[in-house]
Design a protein around this ligand. Structure first.
Ligand SMILES: C[S@@+](CC[C@H](N)C(=O)[O-])C[C@H]1O[C@@H](n2cnc3c(N)ncnc32)[C@H](O)[C@@H]1O
Length: 158
């Protein structure tokens, strides 16, 4: 953790590693987001999650809210989907990060870290099945209960 008190914002939840730098966030956000559901996975802590989803990974479930049921019409025609989700357990103010696996400081926009001003993650998954508003997929890497932001088909899928 950093000894530099200037690097630690008040209300810090997750702490800083050596050399990491944060900035003050804007006073108000520029837009809002509607979560369309939640993602059910086997992982209860960030340390348990894979760093990157794999199509050989466990089946996870996208639980889409009933409100959006009609928006799933035709989804089974696609074997591959892009899933966008909201990394709700990460701080949003870091500009320089010290990822353990890199060994040097790297800018937030040069990383796929969940720590970013708008903590949107994406994975390309394989659709394994559907029961109403529940989609079974492989290829995710997030905590159980992670909010779901959007689904899009991947065209030209194999
Ligand atoms: C490196 S990110 C990659 C996410 C996505 N595949 C991407 O490329 O945008 C995956 C890591 O985020 C962390 N993570 C998973 N779910 C999270 C959540 N809900 N909030 C904060 N961090 C999360 C875990 O440490 C996981 O290994």
């Amino acid at each position: 953790m950093s000894d530099d008190p200037a690097a630690v914002p008040s209300g810090d939840r997750f702490g800083l590693r050596d050399g990491e730098r944060c900035v003050a966030l804007p006073a108000v956000p520029d837009a809002g987001v509607y979560f369309i559901g939640r993602i059910r996975t086997p992982w209860r802590s960030r340390a348990d999650c894979p760093k990157r989803g794999s199509l050989d990974g466990p089946v996870c479930t996208l639980e889409i809210d009933e409100r959006w049921a009609e928006a799933l019409t035709g989804v089974e025609a696609h074997t591959r989907l892009q899933v966008l989700y909201w990394m709700d357990q990460a701080r949003r103010d870091l500009v320089l990060q010290n990822p353990g696996h890199v060994g040097t400081l790297v800018g937030t926009f040069a990383l796929r870290s969940p720590v970013r001003p708008n903590p949107i993650a994406s994975s390309e998954v394989r659709l394994e099945g559907r029961e109403g508003c529940r989609l079974q997929v492989r290829g995710l890497d997030c905590l159980d209960g992670t909010p779901l932001v959007d689904l899009k088909p991947i065209h030209g899928e194999k």
